[in-house]
Design a protein around this ligand. Structure first.
Ligand SMILES: [Zn+2]
Ligand SMILES: [Zn+2]
Length: 256
């Protein structure tokens, strides 16, 4: 059956838009759980929440990060060491010693496994959020593979051409991709408000529209427990806006 050219063009346009929206939604949802739940809550304990809401955020973290789900407890231990040993040999994810991104990401992946074991050993550490029964399903290969299959099916359904399949690896590795951008650029490229810090942290963007405030690494390393990562009048920490919004709704209680 012959279809009109106009129909095909409209269809192609709407599918391109669908893929674009899916990509943006996944990018920011995954980023939200990383900055809000894994970083500000699990690692730095900047706010508290009820046990029920903590479980809700566990579920949202799995839905958002999918195949690249990270255990909050392992992330927290790894990240606390990043602050303690920033840009030294003991820093679990400093880009300073690496020449290329692959060796950097490979090392971080191995570090994550190490910190997962450590978090499991420290059963009584109350500073680490955990939901063992849930994580023992989320942090497994079958669960990760199920999400990968879902991403592929979404692209088979909506991608206007096979070229778009090149984006699938980004969906699969969304968590590590964000971790890479923050830790690589945030400790290599940008400006410093606080020059006397001994690490190499930088503020990468004047207005961090890309990473919800995570690219103000220099400000954050200077004030690691401060909820607002912005410091100068022209800097905007959108992640902090979300935190404030959730606090207004009564979902969380700010403590720092
Ligand atoms: Zn850092
Ligand atoms: Zn931090």
């Amino acid at each position: 059956m012959e279809q009109s050219g106009e129909f095909l063009t409209t269809d192609l346009g709407s599918n391109m838009l669908t893929i674009f929206l899916i990509f943006i939604a996944h990018w920011y949802l995954s980023l939200f759980v990383q900055t809000f739940f894994l970083h500000r809550y699990a690692s730095h304990q900047m706010f508290t929440t009820s046990k029920f809401m903590e479980k809700v955020f566990f579920v949202v973290t799995l839905l958002a990060q999918g195949s690249s789900f990270l255990r909050p407890s392992a992330y927290a231990l790894m990240h606390r060491d990043h602050h303690k040993f920033s840009d030294t040999e003991k820093d679990p994810h400093s880009p300073v010693a690496f020449k290329n991104i692959f060796s950097f990401m490979w090392k971080t992946a191995n570090e994550y496994r190490y910190f997962t074991d450590l978090a499991l050993e420290r059963k009584d550490d109350k500073s680490l959020p955990r939901w063992t029964a849930f994580e023992n399903i989320a942090d497994t290969y079958p669960c990760r593979i199920a999400f990968i299959v879902l991403y592929i099916l979404i692209y088979v359904k909506f991608a206007p051409s096979y070229w778009y399949f090149a984006l699938i690896p980004v969906h699969i590795l969304m968590g590590p991709v964000h971790g890479f951008i923050v830790n690589w650029f945030g400790h290599k490229h940008g400006y410093r408000n606080f020059d006397k810090l001994h690490d190499k942290s930088k503020n990468t963007l004047f207005i961090d529209f890309l990473m919800l405030g995570e690219l103000y690494q220099n400000n954050h390393h200077r004030f690691p427990t401060k909820n607002n990562f912005a410091y100068k009048w022209y800097e905007i920490d959108f992640g902090y806006w979300i935190v404030k919004f959730f606090s207004k709704l009564g979902i969380i209680t700010l403590i720092k």
